[in-house]
Write a protein that binds this ligand. Structure first.
Ligand SMILES: Cc1ncc(COP(=O)(O)O)c(C=O)c1O
Length: 367
């Protein structure tokens, strides 16, 4: 089976983790790797501060908490996303309001945002889906006009840019994931980046059980969302390869594009002229002219030894959100259709041109 993604872990990562273990960097409280990873990654993103945490999900959770969002507050979120985006909101007792997608980049439709704002709306969490950036210049203009806080969900967009500026450098806070299939990985892990010193301090406080002075005296309820030192050491080793990884991901996408561009009824991933897409996963959408449903294509690929994943089930359809008090049933027909018709193909960035051609041939010639 050609897996949908396989992490590439080299001797550099293994040596870095072993060295960190030998230095005693076991927990998330001691050692040099954590602050070094935080600073280097934050610099890359274009932010002053980085706060490493245990996952992309806890990054979102703690960012919403640090922003002081809570009961009764509405937070606009991309409807087509991983559930973690909305969980960060509901675990703080706030209400996620799904924003439908647009058809070309599959990101949230900025034309819809203003119509969804109420006097309860406090923030917006745009997701740079599958590595294509949201038009952050336009989003920030809307957010500033309505006094909304912006938390970028960059779980899939390390290295993606909007008009030459890194995703993660626009919002008040930005949340990255270093899960096994992400652009760079620490196995499990995440980071919040920000240029706001006060928010960085709050994030550090909340990450570490909100310890204050005297020790073991707690004014507020924090979390243990710490990343371990040896994970940070792995993150540093991965980070040294990030430019090469992004280049390889773009090569993979361009190779697929070349072999699939003339297949009728298959929508390929977009790259707007103002954008650098990092193609976290190589995603396509099956259109009616293709003559086969998405599910039939998935089965056909599987029968040929090729693994795939469907697009995300949108937030407007999630039972765990619909059952929450105050949840608004916002229709999201485009996100619904992406969930029914979208899939991503094997996206390990070391796949050779001939394997990519074989996969494209299976897509092209349904049985
Ligand atoms: C858009 C998005 N947000 C958040 C997350 C959560 O990250 P993690 O798995 O590290 O908790 C993911 C992926 O896993 C994601 O794809």
């Amino acid at each position: 089976m050609i897996e949908v993604f396989e992490p590439i872990i080299g001797d550099e990562e293994i040596d870095a983790v072993v060295a960190a273990l030998k230095r005693g960097e076991i927990s998330g409280s001691f050692g040099e790797s954590l602050p070094a990873f935080e600073q280097e990654f934050a610099n890359y993103v274009g932010c002053e501060y980085g706060v490493a945490v245990s996952s992309g999900s806890t990054a979102l959770h703690i960012a919403v908490a640090a922003a002081g969002l809570g009961e009764g507050d509405e937070v606009l979120v991309s409807s087509s996303t991983n559930i973690a985006t909305a969980l960060g909101v509901i675990h703080n007792n706030a209400i996620p309001v799904p924003v439908d997608s647009e058809n070309i980049t599959w990101n949230l439709d900025l034309d819809l945002v203003e119509s969804l704002i109420t006097d309860k709306t406090k923030a917006i969490i745009p997701v740079h889906l599958y590595g294509h950036p949201v038009d952050m210049d336009r989003l920030m203009e809307i957010a500033r006009k309505h006094n909304l806080l912006v938390i970028e969900d960059c779980a899939e967009s390390h290295g993606a840019t909007c008009r030459g500026r890194m995703t993660g450098s626009f919002g008040d806070m930005s949340c990255f994931s270093f899960y096994a299939n992400k652009v760079i990985t620490t196995g499990e892990g995440g980071m919040v980046t920000t240029n706001n010193k006060e928010l960085a301090e709050r994030l550090r406080l909340l990450r570490n059980l909100a310890f204050t002075k005297p020790r073991f005296w707690h004014e507020e309820a924090g979390f243990n969302f710490r990343m371990t030192g040896y994970q940070a050491a792995m993150g540093l080793a991965q980070f040294r390869k990030i430019d090469q990884i992004v280049t390889e991901k773009r090569r993979l996408a361009q190779t697929y594009n070349r072999f699939l561009q003339d297949v009728e009824g298959i929508q390929l991933p977009h790259e707007a002229e103002w954008a650098r897409n990092v193609y976290w996963m190589y995603a396509i959408v099956v259109q009616p002219e293709f003559g086969m449903t998405r599910d039939a294509l998935v089965d056909h690929l599987r029968a040929s030894g090729i693994d795939t994943r469907t697009f995300f089930c949108p937030m407007n359809q999630q039972p765990c959100l619909q059952s929450r008090p105050g949840f608004r049933a916002v229709p999201c027909p485009v996100a619904d259709s992406l969930w029914e018709n979208g899939l991503y193909l094997p996206s390990t960035y070391t796949l050779s041109e001939s394997v990519i051609k074989d996969i494209a041939d299976v897509v092209r010639q349904p049985a």
